[in-house]
Structures are given as C-alpha cells and as structure tokens.
Design a protein around this ligand. Structure first.
Ligand code: NAD
Ligand code: SER
Length: 320
C-alpha cells in the first residue's frame, strides 16, 4: 500500500467493522479509511472519517465511492450471519452472494483493487472431521449461511484464477469483542455471557454446556486480517479461504473462567435452534496453512481474553 491508497469498509457498523475501522483509522489516519453501512451510524464511525449510508447491493454507488476516493483496498463485511440467515433464507442468500459478486465485478472491471471477504467455520458440516478440522476436507454445510460462504469461497477462487482479482479470505471462528455487539450468529453467546455476567451476575445460554466451538478474540482476528491483506501476493497460496484458529472452548469452560473474576456468576442452559447449527460445525481448527504461508500466530488464550474483555466492559460501564 502506498501513502495515498485509501481503504473502503462495507458493513463497517457491525461487530468486525467497528474494530477494523478503529484500527485502520488509528494506523492510516481517518481520511484514508472510508466507512459505509446500510444503517446510518453515529459517534466515532461518522466523526473520525468519511462515512456513507450505502447498500452493497447497489453496485453503482459502491463503484462511485471507490472511484471518488481512489480506493485500493476493499473489506466486504456486510452479510447476514448464521442464526439470522436460517430465519431469512432468501434475503441472506441475496445479500451474501450478490454483495460479493458486486465487489468482485467492480474489482475485475477497475483493476488494481485488493479485496478482503470473510468466510467462516460454517463452510464445514456434520460430515466434516470435527476435531482439528483440516484446510482441505469434506465440506457439506447444512445451513443457509454455510452454503453461502462455501459458494462465496469458490467464487473468490474463480475470480482470482480467471480474472486475476486479488481477493483474500479467512474462515473466521466465532469472534469475541467488547466494542460492538455481535449481529445474529451462533457464537454470539460467547460475547453476551460477558455482558450479562457484569450486568446480572447470571447467563442463560442457548447452547448446551459441552458444545465446543472454535473462537477468537477480536484483536487477533483484526491482526490476522491485516497480515493477510499485507502479505506479498505470492505468499497467498490459497484463494478460496484460509482456516484460522484461536481458542476452542465450551460454555461451561468460559463460565468457569468468568467465575474466577466474578465468583457469584451462575450459568444455566436452554438450548434452542442454534444448538443444531453449532453441532454441525467443527470443535477445533487446523490452521497450519495460514501459519506456513503468511506467518499466522494467535496471541490470546481464554484466560487473557477474559481478563481483557472484563476490564474493557467494566471501563465502558463506568464512563457511561
Ligand atoms: P455484523 O452483523 O455485526 O455486521 C454486518 C454489518 O453489515 C451491519 O452493520 C449491517 O448493518 C451491515 N449491512 C447489512 N446489510 C447491508 C447492506 N445491504 N449494505 C451495507 N451494509 C449492510 O457482522 P460481523 O460479525 O461484523 O461480520 C462481518 C463478516 O464477517 C460477515 O461476512 C460474517 O459472515 C463474517 N464472519 C463473522 C464472524 C463473527 O463471529 N462475527 C465469524 C465468521 C465470519
Ligand atoms: N460467528 C459466526 C456465526 O455464528 C460464524 O460465522 O454465525
């Protein structure tokens, strides 16, 4: 990236976008990081740099912003996540696929753009080996979201091979963060639990106590994203999407970790439709290709993440 290259973040008001905009505006300066979201925003996102209210399904407007701001990096974060996608099947497919096609087609037409598009552990399904799930394995997702992510991965690879579009992708695990709330996924419990622990001292979990899922703390996820985006092209050998691992844990284990800080904290369990989604996903991920190709190495474990989450959430409550 040169000093004049600008960045566009589509879906910037969500869980990942909130952290990504903050990190990039801190590093590059507010003016170089253009944020856009379907929903109007207030506060930091709008005040610290350019912000557009924009639908990613409106390809012309996306292209106009890219041209007007001389954008060279696009992060496409707008999507419907796993739980919401099961409830809104057709609109999830439309947003998750057409949004991606719009950005890939713009990149193909304009040339010189680098695109980041996130995939997910949801590309795997019940027939996939669930422990240490390899990069290349059986992929038969049984959720609307997983089907859209697997299709998206294949299209990313196709646009790279056929048209030379420099698109890069990570299969994020469930992400845990304190700046913004999650937007309708199956792993959302692992964020809600911290908020409820502080606000109510108890949490009623929608997954069973022994449901292990791959997770990651947001600072690691943001660092992985930027490391992949800045890796030399030749090092990015996988153009579908990279497996990425952080921490794997169950609701029971994270509750025990929180209890070390809030001894009176109590958890109960009331599994709902999201249990079936979680049961179809891996429990842990083998990310050796990301380690080999672009040097990935996570920093946070459950202990350091919990300490940091509780500290930031307490600070936010004190200053509110
Ligand atoms: P989120 O739901 O928190 O945020 C999505 C944002 O997109 C929202 O601010 C929403 O208003 C915006 N949006 C929705 N429709 C739009 C449209 N038509 N045009 C413009 N903006 C629109 O999601 P997130 O957690 O930030 O996830 C971002 C991406 O990362 C998604 O592709 C998601 O599938 C992927 N991902 C997330 C996780 C996770 O745990 N958060 C894990 C794996 C993959
Ligand atoms: N965290 C996401 C979800 O639960 C995984 O992609 O939908």
């Amino acid at each position: 990236m040169t000093n004049n290259d600008n960045v566009l973040i589509l879906g910037s008001g969500g869980q990942i976008g909130t952290d990504l905009v903050y990190k990039l505006r801190t590093d590059l300066g507010g003016d170089r990081v253009i944020a856009a979201d379907l929903k109007d925003q207030e506060g930091y996102l709008k005040e610290s740099g350019p912000f557009y209210t924009l639908d990613v399904l409106d390809a012309q407007s996306v292209a106009d912003i890219i041209r007007a701001h001389k954008v060279k990096r696009v992060y496409l974060l707008a999507a419907l996540l796993s739980a919401t996608a099961e409830q809104k099947m057709k609109s999830a497919w439309k947003l998750n696929m057409e949004g991606l096609f719009n950005v890939l087609d713009i990149a193909r037409e304009l040339g010189g753009l680098r695109v980041f598009w996130p995939s997910s552990i949801a590309v795997f399904g019940p027939t996939t080996p669930r422990v240490n799930t390899p990069q290349y394995t059986v992929m038969e997702p049984t959720t609307v979201y997983g089907i859209s992510k697997l299709s998206g991965e294949l299209w990313c690879e196709y646009y790279f091979k056929k048209f030379g579009v420099d698109v890069r992708s990570i299969r994020y695990p469930g992400l845990i963060s304190y700046k913004a709330l999650p937007g309708g996924g199956t792993t959302d419990y692992a964020v809600d639990i911290y908020h409820q622990a502080l606000d109510k001292g108890s949490y009623n979990c929608f997954l069973k106590e022994d449901t292990a899922l791959p997770m990651m703390y947001m600072p690691d996820a943001i660092r992985a994203t930027l490391e992949l985006m800045e890796a030399p092209s030749d090092d990015v050998k996988i153009r579908s999407s990279y497996n990425l691992a952080g921490i794997s844990f169950t609701p029971e284990q994270i509750a025990a970790e929180i209890k070390k800080h809030i001894p009176e904290f109590a958890i109960s369990y009331e599994p709902d439709f999201r249990q079936a989604i979680a049961d179809s996903w891996p429990q842990s991920i083998d990310d050796s290709r990301a380690q080999q190709d672009w040097g990935w190495n996570p920093q946070y474990d459950m202990e350091s993440m919990t300490k940091d989450m509780l500290m930031h959430l307490k600070e936010a409550r004190q200053s509110a």
